[in-house]
Design a protein around this ligand. Structure first.
Ligand code: ZN
Ligand code: ZN
Length: 445
């Protein structure tokens, strides 16, 4: 493989406090140099003037659906979609069929994919909420955490036991916080829109009750709880208070909970049905503030692809979830454009911060690190055309909208695995752009 020189981009690497225009040199799949590196005849050159060049995005929470639900997504389509969204590392949730609760199932996941896939194992066998999986055994097989996502860890007793193990294993228990006794048949956020649409509401309290339970149990046990997809202002307050008390908690928020609200469901738009539901502008604000001040550590997509038949049905029967990989950056850049969040914080929460939770040297452009790099144009407008999605999941409330900020190339382990080729370099807004996907080789073993 020729050395690759990414030329003239704005290099933003929050892990090293770098924000400067320069070149990035990649040799043998590793970052070999940053700064004023001249091109040599044997280099392949990737021009990046006007672009942001940053570490490949790391996603702590997504659903790849395989095994068991290959009609919704496969590891191949999911990881290709991730590459298109600038993600080079994914942590996949275990609510597959069979659920990821054994070493065999985990090996299957790790042997596939066009980007790095790190599995999360179930907390309980078969996700049944009855007995814990063999946590120590699965930890040895390289899982990065445990979660019964889709459901909360059913009882305080199980959560307490899991947290006790989490302390010695130094791995998080990732909880989907939902008191299901308060959300039976719930469809969207409990509030004005649910009353208007006469849909059963999903109250903020149902999340906050389990967040509070988990924080109490983490305090008691010294275990590590990671709160998945925080969606309410009240949860942000609880996590902030817990962090002040030294409780071991980390937390994530999705692009949709940061940028969209319950009004997306008006017209019974099932593509806006998601668990937890889209909330209110006040919640958006609190989540952005929490992300800014570090109460919420990371942005995670909760990419949840579904087949058309899962969504093209009456609201109460429709599946919950949004296909996020391909729109994540574009929607999140609206926070930067509206000056709610600075670019460096946004990138940190998608790169170095999730890498810290994984205890892995990822999410950085440090010399010697694996060359996972995302290049994006912060000013490029593009239309969300779900027919062009690589993901099988076309389920997004953003369909038909124009987003500003587009991933132009993704480099994984030094290889360009996705690239948008621009036909005209003239400085006009003409969308004369073809999209060429580099054909990555399947990684084996
Ligand atoms: Zn969940
Ligand atoms: Zn999820």
């Amino acid at each position: 493989m020729k050395p690759l020189l990414i030329q003239g981009g704005r290099i933003v690497d929050p892990g090293q406090s770098i924000d400067e225009v320069g070149n990035v040199l990649i040799v043998d799949g590793k970052i070999a140099g940053l700064g004023n590196i001249p091109a040599k005849p044997d280099f392949e050159v990737l021009p990046a003037a006007g672009m942001i060049v940053c570490p490949g995005f790391v996603d702590l929470h997504c659903h790849l659906r395989e095994p068991g639900y290959e009609n919704k997504e496969t590891i191949e389509t999911g990881t290709r979609a991730a590459a298109r969204g600038g993600f080079t590392t994914l942590c996949c949730m275990p609510n597959t069929n069979p659920p990821l609760d054994s070493a065999e199932a985990l090996n299957y996941i790790k042997s596939k994919g066009f980007v790095r896939v790190l599995p999360i194992a179930c907390v309980t066998l078969g996700r049944k909420g009855e007995e814990l999986v063999f946590m120590a055994h699965l930890a040895q097989r390289g899982v990065i955490g445990f979660s019964d996502d889709g459901s909360p860890v059913k009882t305080a007793k199980l959560m307490k036991e899991a947290l006790e193990y989490s302390r010695s294993l130094n791995l998080p228990i990732i909880d989907h916080c939902e008191d299901v006794t308060l959300t039976r048949d719930a469809q969207i956020n409990e509030g004005m829109v649910s009353s208007e649409l006469k849909l059963k509401g999903w109250p903020a309290l149902a999340e906050e009750k389990i967040v509070a339970r988990d924080l109490n149990l983490a305090a008691q046990t010294g275990g590590w709880v990671h709160i998945a997809h925080v969606s309410t202002a009240g949860s942000v307050d609880l996590i902030l208070e817990a962090k002040k008390q030294g409780i071991r908690v980390t937390a994530e928020v999705t692009p949709h909970h940061l940028t969209l609200t319950e009004v997306e469901a008006i017209g019974y738009n099932t593509n806006a049905k998601v668990n937890p539901p889209l909330r209110t502008p006040k919640d958006n604000e609190a989540l952005v503030a929490g992300l800014k001040d570090g109460t919420i550590d990371v942005i995670a997509t909760d990419h949840a692809p579904h087949a058309e038949s899962d969504k093209n049905t009456e609201f109460a029967r429709a599946a919950s979830g949004i296909s996020v990989f391909e729109t994540a950056l574009g929607s999140l850049m609206s926070l930067v454009q509206n000056e709610k969040l600075d670019l460096n914080t946004l990138i940190a929460r998608m790169t170095i911060e999730p890498a810290k939770i994984l205890h892995k040297e990822l999410g950085t452009l440090k010399i010697g690190a694996t060359a996972d790099v995302t290049i994006f144009d912060p000013d490029r407008d593009w239309l969300v055309d779900t027919s062009k999605f690589v993901s099988k999941g076309k389920n997004t409330p953003l369909a038909g909208r124009t987003l500003k900020g587009r991933v132009m190339a993704t480099i994984y382990g030094g290889k360009v695995i996705y690239r948008v080729t621009v036909k005209s370099t003239a400085q006009n807004s003409s969308p004369s752009m073809g999209e060429a996907r580099a054909c990555p080789e399947r990684r084996e073993g």
